[in-house]
Design a protein around this ligand. Structure first.
Ligand code: FRU
Length: 326
């Protein structure tokens, strides 16, 4: 029998409620479609670290063969991820990190580099002089910490570019709509906003428009997803000056998980690259992502057809048996 054993992968996802997480899941499902022997279970922590701790506990109790986790915040999820690891469950950390070195593999972007690249681009855009406002992701979640760190680092070599205000966000547009208006009013000289993701950057543009300041403000986001209302379109429409590509790593995470489960060699730290997407290259990037999406759909169609052929083949075999038997 050459069939593979059944593997149970438990995925603790910090939230499922945005386009980026949906894209991540689509990537995972594409990769999982090659492995019918994998039982995949995703638990949604709804942006809540306490709930996520309970859910990881539950996956440990179920003795999953591998834990995939994207921790809502680093501190609150570190001990439980370590506990899984120490019990011999391979742990693959995805996108957001814990504070521990006790994990089997990491898949995701380099968020300090994302922040640094945004800072360099901002300084260039402002010709080395201006006021900047930063809108962060959830405090304590590693991409927020690292994007701030990298951004500040890059700006520190431009003395006349100053971060005059910081709005603590939570990755979600609603908080920006609520908190940004008063901060922006208090800082009439702001030239540029760096928001830690595109949904918050889009909300920042909405606020700037309401205050009659959209024309004078440059806005930069992160993610760079295709699809209506997402980063690429926002750049094409001039809502955002630029976005930093932040790949979801969904496919890579499943591939890495399978290598670990099959005891094949794997890379421990799988760091995915970033790049600036602005009006100069957004057309090219969009064309490439569309080609990828089309390939994915072709693949899906082929898989469905193959399944249908297998089903027909199986029923023909039965007919032949019946004929031979009669
Ligand atoms: C989606 C998201 C992205 C961001 C990432 C950081 O949930 O907020 O927009 O880049 O998570 O972990």
């Amino acid at each position: 029998d050459t069939r593979e054993p059944v593997y149970r992968i438990g995925f603790s996802q910090c939230t499922t409620n945005d386009a980026w997480r949906r894209a991540m899941l689509a990537g995972m499902e594409k990769e999982l479609s090659f492995h019918p022997n994998v039982q995949f279970q995703m638990l949604d922590a709804k942006n809540n670290s306490a709930l996520q701790r309970q859910q990881v506990q539950e996956l440990i109790r179920q003795k999953v063969d591998l834990l995939l986790i994207s921790p809502n915040q680093s501190g609150p999820l570190t001990a439980i991820a370590e506990a899984a690891y120490n019990q011999g469950i391979p742990v693959v950390i995805l996108d957001r990190r814990t504070t521990s070195r006790l994990y089997t593999a990491y898949v995701g972007g380099n968020n300090q580099e994302v922040g640094r690249t945004a800072g360099q681009y901002a300084a260039q855009l402002l010709s080395g002089r201006g006021q900047v406002l930063e809108i962060t992701g959830t405090p304590g979640s590693s991409p927020a910490t690292d994007r701030t760190l990298g951004f500040r680092q890059a700006l520190s070599s431009h003395a006349s570019v100053q971060v005059v205000a910081q709005v603590l966000g939570d990755w979600q547009p609603a908080s920006v709509l609520a908190r940004l208006p008063s901060v922006l009013r208090a800082h009439p000289g702001v030239d540029l906003i760096f928001a830690h993701n595109d949904p918050m950057a889009r909300a920042a543009h909405q606020v700037a428009r309401q205050l009659g300041r959209a024309e004078r403000l440059h806005i930069i986001g992160v993610d760079g997803l295709p699809g209506p209302g997402n980063g690429l379109q926002l750049v094409e429409d001039g809502v955002l000056k630029a976005t930093l590509l932040y790949p979801t790593g969904g496919e890579e995470a499943i591939r890495t998980a399978l290598r670990i489960l099959r005891h094949e060699p794997y890379v421990k730290d799988n760091v995915l690259g970033t790049m600036v997407i602005d009006s100069l290259n957004v057309g090219t990037v969009r064309a490439q992502t569309q080609a990828l999406v089309a390939q994915r759909q072709d693949l899906r169609r082929q898989q469905l057809r193959l399944k249908e052929q297998m089903r027909r083949y199986a029923s023909q075999k039965i007919t032949v048996y019946l004929l031979l038997a009669s």
